[in-house]
Design a binder for this molecule. Structure first.
Ligand SMILES: NC(=O)c1ccc[n+]([C@@H]2O[C@H](COP(=O)([O-])OP(=O)(O)OC[C@H]3O[C@@H](n4cnc5c(N)ncnc54)[C@H](OP(=O)(O)O)[C@@H]3O)[C@@H](O)[C@H]2O)c1
Length: 372
């Protein structure tokens, strides 16, 4: 049976360590976990079964293996040290018999995004970023439809627009919307991106290093490599949609708590074809996976055992090709979730109503009237 493996790692240190080691997760502090993760070996997590192609009936099996480093540790340690640990984790996958390896969360962000890791392993590697782009853009288009926001009249923003994932998301959204704000910290790279996206696109392009510009956008796709949340409630306009693809999240939990007039959705959740059992709780409901995991699975179902998405230069061609492969085997954009909970139709309706109310109050305020 063809097979794959996928590397995950602790993102929220206490919560995620508890998933494998309940006692350690309870007694260690976050700082202690960050520190000890440096010396911890790769960890075998589980075998994955039941994934079945909707097109061919082919079944595959897989494994979750864990690289012990937290995002903070991956940014602090020398790149060489981090590569070494990820490659060690990949070797565990090779020994298990995996024919392709997917890199989860920060293991795909660090350094050259999989190039050195692929060189250090005998099996092919993919970051999963091509399908992550596809799903993130599908999710924001679908959410806009559900919130009655017309794409061709909307202002959208991509936060982390110069990153591997953000850049291609921006490229796709620039063909959809009226105005697109590209946000990151480095202005030169933003200007270079604006130059590259260039004239031919539909949207007027604005670049900014200021997150307060988000107040102008109805649609926000955020995908930075920031270690802590960066988007705060006061930045956002009533009725806006924020699709958060970043792990760790970019959106503060305060946004959901403080603003009932905004729709925050997690980017990149996918329904997996077949009676999949991960034998490990990574925080998603049954039968669902991250888009980057789904890319690895779809490649295994297709028998494409090759380095698929590696490096920071993701191409639209690869995004479109993996979208077709995944669609064929039965992977689908899942319903919306927000902070680990399903978003129901009633909640979307309530956000719409609250946004309308907040929008009217704001209009009355700006017209100099008093709201009683
Ligand atoms: N949900 C999924 O299935 C999935 C799959 C793969 C990856 N991811 C996540 O996607 C995220 C991005 O990955 P990537 O490979 O695209 O990373 P990347 O290539 O390193 O790009 C990161 C982007 O974020 C910007 N950035 C970093 N810190 C920032 C801050 N504090 N404020 C504003 N912008 C900031 C960077 O530009 P500046 O340095 O100029 O600010 C850059 O544009 C990561 O969180 C990763 O874990 C999710």
């Amino acid at each position: 049976m063809d097979s794959f493996a996928f590397i995950i790692h602790p993102i929220d240190p206490k919560r995620d360590v508890s998933r494998k080691y309940p006692l350690l997760g309870k007694v260690l502090t976050e700082n202690q976990i960050n520190f000890f993760s440096t010396f911890f070996p790769p960890v075998y997590l589980s075998e994955i079964d039941g994934i079945t192609s909707a097109a061919t009936g082919k079944q595959i099996k897989g494994w979750f293996v864990a690289c012990p480093y937290t995002p903070k540790r991956m940014l602090e340690l020398p790149e060489r040290t981090v590569y070494r640990k990820i490659i060690q984790t990949g070797r565990m996958a090779e020994k298990l018999g995996a024919q392709i390896l997917g890199l989860g969360a920060f293991t795909s962000v660090v350094g050259d995004a999989g190039v050195t890791i692929a060189e250090g392993l005998a099996i092919p590697v993919t970051t999963g970023d091509s399908y992550t782009v596809s799903l993130a853009v599908q999710a924001i288009r679908e959410a806009a439809k559900r919130m009655d926001i017309r794409l061709d009249q909307a202002t959208a923003a991509v936060v982390g627009a110069t990153g591997a994932i953000g850049r291609v998301c921006a490229e796709l959204l620039a063909g959809d919307v009226e105005r697109l704000i590209l946000i990151a910290r480095d202005r030169d790279r933003l200007e270079a991106l604006r130059g590259r996206l260039g004239g031919g696109v539909r949207a007027e392009l604005i670049v900014s290093t200021d997150l307060e510009q988000l107040a102008r956008a109805q649609l926000i796709l955020t995908v930075t490599s920031a270690v802590h949340d960066i988007i705060r409630p006061e930045y956002l306009q009533p009725g806006s949609i924020v699709c958060d693809v970043a792990r760790p999240r970019d959106v503060s939990a305060m946004v959901a708590a403080a603003r009932d007039d905004i729709l925050v959705i997690d980017g990149g959740m996918v329904n997996v074809p077949g009676p999949v059992d991960f034998h490990f709780d990574f925080g998603f409901p049954e039968g669902k996976a991250y888009a980057c995991m789904a890319e690895t699975m779809a490649l295994a179902l297709e028998g494409r055992f090759e380095d698929y998405t590696i490096g920071k230069d993701i191409t639209l061609e690869r995004v479109n090709a993996i979208t077709t492969i995944a669609q064929k085997h039965g992977f689908r954009l899942s319903g919306f979730r927000s902070f680990e909970r399903e978003v129901t139709e009633a909640q979307i309706e309530s956000v719409r109503r609250n946004a309308h109310r907040a929008g009217s109050a704001r209009w009355l305020h700006s017209a100099g009237m008093r709201c009683v």
